[in-house]
Design a protein around this ligand. Structure first.
Ligand SMILES: *Cc1c(COP(=O)(O)O)cnc(C)c1O
Length: 356
């Protein structure tokens, strides 16, 4: 009976942050951008021609690829585009992590990595971060089948320097090293590992339109690397779906990349609000790693994170809480508008006073 069940691929899936659908809440739980996408995006949507949806989209996303190549100073053959960086990362796992040796990533990190490793049956070894959540480069000098980590890291917000990334690359010439830069645009200039691409053929840098470009709902991500890595990714993608990027995603993504001024201004606004939020949280007694991203990973010495999480939710403020070892004393708070952060501060002050 039911022997087909023996053949089913079973998984413990990734659990995304809540996406409450009611209005009137303050949503600081999934690191979205509080500002709208570039004005050119709305214009691209207005100009969209429904009749053209009869036709398959450009399988190569040529216009978007060209815009990204210009913006990041790489060749068009050095860019791979996917349905959000989750798609890009998942396809990268499938393409590059194809060894019997374990891949390496930190213990506290993006919680999709172990899910993909399990899905694709890739052996892995987690390398614990230090007590203050730093990555130790020597942990990545052991024999391995590939390396992946976010920089800035999620959910800590900490950004490691390029010298650390270069040391890891130099010690691992025989495997692919993936740097997941979902939050790099909030880290300030000169932090992206993309500058190392000409020197290291085994480096893949992954970025997304979901956070700094305010396009989480459109699902666009991309990778930059050597033409050899990008060709391998394209071969794998074309082996299961050539038309991953819809016409809408390609046109909207291109409009976003073409408005550099808006992009810079929006990132700068989020960074300014983040720096103010650090002062406000410190004033309330919170401790946190010094974030270089669009969220703060904060812990209060007296009030448990779970209580804060639940009390905030009662007040219609959503933040993220991870009930996991080493991080269950922390809340991950996305940076919203100045008004949203002021409401958060007021609510936290009330809750802390009540719990005292
Ligand atoms: C948000 C995030 C992603 C995925 O974002 P997409 O919306 O799929 O582009 C990837 N990695 C990290 C570390 C993230 O926080």
């Amino acid at each position: 009976m039911n022997h087909w069940r023996d053949n089913v691929r079973t998984m413990v899936p990734y659990v995304p942050g809540e996406q409450p659908q009611e209005g009137g809440i303050i949503k600081l739980n999934t690191n979205e951008n509080p500002y709208p996408p570039a004005p050119g995006v709305a214009e691209a949507i207005r100009n969209m021609d429904a009749d053209r949806l009869r036709l398959y989209p450009d399988p190569s996303s040529t216009a978007l690829k060209r815009a990204l190549a210009d913006r990041y100073g790489v060749g068009e053959d050095q860019i791979f585009i996917g349905v959000g960086s989750d798609d890009v990362l998942s396809m990268s796992f499938l393409t590059f992590f194809n060894s019997k040796k374990p891949i390496l990533f930190p213990d506290i990190t993006y919680s999709f990595y172990d899910v993909w490793a399990d899905l694709y049956r890739i052996p892995y070894l987690v390398r614990p971060l230090t007590g203050d959540f730093r990555l130790r480069r020597e942990d990545y000098y052991i024999v391995n089948g590939g390396i992946v980590f976010p920089n800035p890291n999620a959910p800590t917000g900490l950004c490691e320097g390029l010298d650390l990334i270069e040391d890891i690359l130099a010690h691992n010439p025989d495997v692919v090293v993936i740097v997941d830069e979902a939050y790099i645009d909030f880290a300030g200039r000169g932090k992206s590992a993309a500058v190392l691409i000409p020197k290291y053929e085994n480096l893949l840098v992954v970025q997304t339109f979901s956070k700094s470009r305010s396009l989480a709902g459109m699902r666009i991500g991309f990778a930059m690397g050597s033409p050899a890595l990008i060709a391998a990714l394209n071969d794998v993608r074309n082996s299961f779906n050539s038309y991953t990027m819809s016409r809408a995603a390609q046109e909207i993504g291109t409009a976003s990349v073409l408005d550099e001024t808006y992009f810079q201004e929006t990132a700068a606004k989020v960074i300014r609000t983040r720096e103010q939020a650090k002062k406000d949280l410190a004033e309330l007694g919170f401790v946190f790693p010094d974030s270089s991203s669009n969220f703060i990973f904060a812990s209060h010495p007296r009030v448990p994170a779970k209580v804060l999480f639940q009390e905030l939710k009662q007040r219609h403020i959503y933040v993220r809480y991870f009930d996991k070892p080493r991080i269950n004393h922390y809340l991950r708070i996305t940076i919203g508008t100045d008004e949203q952060m002021a409401a958060l501060k007021k609510a936290l002050a009330e809750i802390i006073a009540e719990q005292a």
